[in-house]
Design a protein around this ligand. Sequence first.
Ligand code: 6PG
Length: 259
Amino acid sequence: MSVAVREKVVSGYHTHIYPAKQDMCEAMAQRIREMAHAEVAAHGRFTMTLSGGSTPRGLYSRLAKFSEDEMPWTKTYLFIGDERCVPSDSPESNYGMVRDLLLSHISIPSSNVFPTVEQDRDPDKAGKKYDQTLRRFFHIDEQNAEGKIPVFSLHLMGLGDDGHTASLFPGSPAINVHDVLYTSNYVQKMDSHRLTMTWPLIVNASKIFMMVEGAGKAQIIKQVLTEPQHGFPSQMLMHQLKHKDQLEWYLDESCSTLL
Ligand code: 6PG
């Protein structure tokens, strides 16, 4: 089912703008399905990190409708792009949201899904453990890891109204971390810790989809895409990309009114 979309290039980035969030979720789900099949054909697997927050909920629910015939779930590997330091049964848990909306509805082997561990008890240890999980999965051992960064098929990411992405918040320590793939991060404005991908892992992906919706994000989208002087973490991401077409913006009309 084709969906009405406005295609734009904004500051050099492919930007897909949909009439409503539901249309965006349908189109993104179809795009991810096609990408997964292409990745499996080319590399034998599709690797993806999942974002948290509220924006991707509709997309996860739509992806959950794909059967094994439609989506190669047994060759799909899902990781958590960032996580709150809460138990996975907390309503705040990103993994908990993914489990409830997606994982519990699809035929994906549990060995293909990588939640964080101990995040609610020891953020620093949990960050190190997930870094090791990533290195083990991508066969990068710590001894000769120099310059070896995993290449994910896709990062699905969101944008906060302060310009953060993943759990890389403005002024937080992790925005300056480049020697590991994943780390804990103290977020002062929330007085809490998060776990997050770091820039090297983020910018090395084949593709990044930044998914944003709602009138409340119209101002930040305009600033992030057209006012580079702000230096938001989401802009730091763009500045570190090897090439601009690694990143595509998926927006609904309500957050695109100022573009
Ligand atoms: C999280 C996310 C975060 C999110 C933005 C947008 O754990 O919250 O991973 O980076 O994408 O904060 O959140 P909303 O989708 O709720 O606006």
